[in-house]
Each structure stands twice: as C-alpha cells, then as structure tokens.
Design a protein around this ligand. Structure first.
Ligand code: ZN
Length: 64
C-alpha cells in the first residue's frame, strides 16, 4: 500500500506513518510525529510548537 499523502523518509526514502501521542494524563499532546516504516532506519520527525525535531530512535536520543 502506497499513498502520496504521507511523506517519504528523508533518510531511506521509505514511507513514513503518523503517530499519535498522549501524555500520561491522557491529554492529547498537540504535536505531530512521523516515523519511518523501515525498522532498520528508524528515522522520525516530530513537529512541536512550530519547531521540528528529527533523528533516529536508535543510539541518538532526541534530547538536546
Ligand atoms: Zn527511513
């Protein structure tokens, strides 16, 4: 299944899928995150408050 409405991974070119995120208090967090469907790639993008965070979910943490 392929759809052009989803962005492609900028690292490996595979399809990315949107993720829903909720805090521990079941309050929806107003940011969008996208994760690469390639398990060996693990590239992700998080849009939060107008800022864009990206990286891989492996060795490097998203913490800055
Ligand atoms: Zn990828």
């Amino acid at each position: 299944m392929s759809c052009d409405c989803f962005p492609k991974c900028s690292k490996c070119g595979k399809q990315m899928v949107p993720l829903s995120d909720f805090s521990n208090n079941s309050v929806a967090i107003r940011y969008k995150s996208w994760a690469c469907t390639n398990q060996e790639c693990r590239f992700f993008v998080v849009l939060r408050g107008g800022d864009v965070y990206y990286g891989t979910a492996s060795a490097e943490s998203s913490r800055k």
